[in-house]
Design a protein around this ligand. Structure first.
Ligand code: F6R
Length: 614
């Protein structure tokens, strides 16, 4: 939800800001803007649309200066237009602010400021900040740092901000609460950004600011970190593990395609060092400290959103089946407002690719207050959810940039499988040989995905060609493959804008079967598992109503071959891992359909990668 980037140092800021904004575009792409200090004035360029639209506009004007801030927006308050685009300036255009988050008390602050003569140009919540800073500077006659600090004490809500001012042209202020902010430290230069991607090619030295921390950066290379309550903080400089090639397309047409093809590696990286398949044992260092509490838990509550919620639903099958624990899976946004019954000995697992999803964060804060142990399953190291959790397991999928989640999902499922087996091993709910069999299969998943990717692309393109103009799709699955059906439907709707519904196959006859006619493509996840016969019956029901069946099956499934017009084969594996393999062709199918419909695959309309607003 909005990306921010800022630079102060000896170099030209504009190219650094534009490159950074392109990397952050996954966080929002409704409008973009930059502000630089140029010849003692603030040079502002902003534009509706993508960063490339901003570049076009900027190419007609002069954007020179070595201190500047940039923003790419996902609109919350005020429609996506040029006026509402960031940066926002005060009335005499001496201060510029960029902001990611929501100022919740902006309406009251705006009214007060208006009464005192401030004129607002935009409909954004952010504009109150710049006027507030302006007013404090005038009244208190203080430094920019103090004015920002005092202003932040008046706002409630979430923010990551960067501020520049003509009164202190050699200083930049950054601050955060609830929205991420990273500080990059180079040779006499500094970077501020929503994540490490705009920083990585200039420096590996970073500081992850914590909530209510702010930083003053000076052109002479000095900096100071403090809290918004004016307490000094000694900085903890960390080394970035991110590499530049990880955030580039590497020859693929889209990040999404690259990320689909990266799954053999992302799963391998997520399980590496965590299993000994010879011994049939699982090592999850993050859980060890809380072993007794985890093993004694009567209930696990999983909170997450979107694709991560689908991984959570799959985890319900895994934890119940393998570790015999009671599991409830909750949409974080519903859970946090529902007054749920939570026991202090419940374990809460929060699943999130970005680690920044506002609803998931709020849900875990609520559970923490009730005394629950919080375990995070996140992909972005150092993000807010792992920091708010007591313990957990990272997925090591690498940066996921395509807005539609692909490799993060399969990495989440792999790690959740390990967590379920870790409990099963210690509780004795499975025999060592049963555990060993799943571990061996899990180690084989990367090569089986490779095989699927090698064998199925042309066939999936053909199926996409046949159905890309369809208006609706149904996705059906049972057991472990029901959550994978939901995920397949979500992938299609979010990037191709085709209406798609995922359903438990046996539920179809209680309603959705009425939708089926010769126009309706029905994707059925029909692996060779314990309920194979049942899914064949469901396919029969679709065929009898002339639905167009696209079946995901294991090799040489004679019966399904007879029934389904379109077959995509995936390798055989154990039942609990079959949804990982089935997900890969579903990702490719939605990718090629979206491509054929001319959709923006990596940046689908209205979406953003990191949903930091509730
Ligand atoms: C779908 C997608 C979203 C996210 C959801 C949660 O492809 O990407 O549904 O899964 O916004 O995000 P995280 O996992 O970052 O908490």
């Amino acid at each position: 939800m909005c990306g921010i980037v800022a630079y102060i140092g000896p170099k030209e800021a504009y190219p650094i800001l534009v490159k950074g904004l392109k990397r952050l575009e996954y966080r929002g792409y409704d409008s973009a803007g930059i502000a630089l200090i140029q010849n003692n004035e603030i040079r502002l360029v902003k534009q509706k649309g993508k960063v490339s639209d901003l570049e076009l506009l900027a190419s007609e004007t002069s954007v020179v200066g070595s201190i500047g801030i940039g923003h790419t927006r996902w609109a919350t308050h005020g429609e996506p237009n040029q006026v509402n685009a960031h940066p926002h300036l005060n009335s005499d255009e001496s201060i510029a602010v960029i902001h990611n988050g929501i100022i919740e008390n902006y309406a009251a602050l705006k009214e007060e400021l208006q009464k005192r003569g401030y004129i607002f140009k935009s409909d954004t919540d952010t504009e109150v900040l710049v006027h507030l800073i302006d007013e404090i500077l005038k009244i208190e006659k203080c430094s920019l740092k103090d004015a920002v600090r005092l202003a932040l004490n008046e706002v409630s809500g979430a923010y990551a901000i960067a501020v520049i001012s003509l009164k202190e042209p050699n200083t930049m202020i950054g601050a955060r609460k609830g929205s991420p902010l990273i500080l990059g430290i180079g040779e006499n230069e500094f970077f501020i950004a929503s994540d490490a991607t705009p920083v990585v090619e200039y420096t590996k030295k970073v500081i992850y600011l914590k909530d209510e921390e702010m930083v003053e950066l000076n052109r002479d290379g000095s900096f100071e970190i403090l809290t918004i309550h004016n307490e000094a903080i000694s900085p903890k400089i960390q080394e970035l593990e991110l590499k530049l090639e990880m955030i580039e397309k590497g020859g693929y047409e889209h990040f999404m395609l690259k990320e689909i093809f990266e799954q053999p590696k992302s799963i391998f990286d997520s399980i590496r060092g965590r299993i000994d398949s010879n011994e049939g044992t699982i090592k999850l260092g993050g859980l060890e400290e809380y072993k007794t509490r985890i093993l004694n838990a009567k209930r696990i509550i999983i909170v997450s959103c979107g694709t991560s919620w689908h991984a959570g639903l799959l985890a319900e099958y895994l934890f119940e089946d393998l570790a015999r624990v009671n599991v409830e899976v909750e949409y974080a946004s519903e859970f946090r407002y529902r007054n749920p019954v939570i026991d202090s000995d419940d374990i809460v697992i929060a699943i999130s690719q970005s680690g920044e999803t506002a609803d998931t964060l709020a849900a875990i804060e609520m559970a923490k207050q009730k005394g629950c142990l919080i375990l995070g399953v996140c992909n972005v190291v150092g993000s807010s959810i792992p920091r708010a959790s007591h313990a957990g397991c990272y997925t090591h999928a690498g940066p996921e940039i395509g807005v539609a989640s692909t490799k993060a999902f399969t990495a989440q499922v792999s790690v959740l499988t390990l967590m379920a087996l870790w409990i099963a091993e210690r509780k004795g709910t499975m025999t060592p040989s049963e555990i060993k069999q799943i571990l061996i299969e899990l180690e084989n998943i990367p090569s089986k995905i490779e095989k699927t990717l090698e064998n199925s692309v042309d066939q999936i393109k053909d199926i996409a060609k046949k159905f890309y103009e369809s208006r609706n799709f149904l996705y059906l699955g049972r057991g472990y493959n029901f959550p994978a059906a939901l995920e397949g439907a979500l992938k299609l709707k979010e990037i191709s804008y085709i209406h798609a519904e995922g359903y438990p196959a046996a539920e179809m006859k209680h309603g959705p079967i009425a939708l089926i006619d010769e126009e309706m493509p029905v994707v059925v996840l029909a692996n060779n598992d314990s309920i194979h016969e049942k899914i064949i019956n469901n396919i029969q029901e679709v065929v009898a109503r002339k639905g167009q069946v696209i079946a995901i099956t294991t090799a040489n499934d004679v019966e399904i071959n007879k029934l389904a017009k379109h077959i995509i084969e995936v390798p055989e594996t154990v039942e609990c891992l079959s949804p990982i393999l089935a997900s890969v062709p579903l990702q490719l199918l939605s990718y090629y359909i979206a491509l054929m419909r001319g959709c923006n695959v990596d940046q689908p309309r209205n979406l953003a990668k990191s949903v930091t607003v509730e």
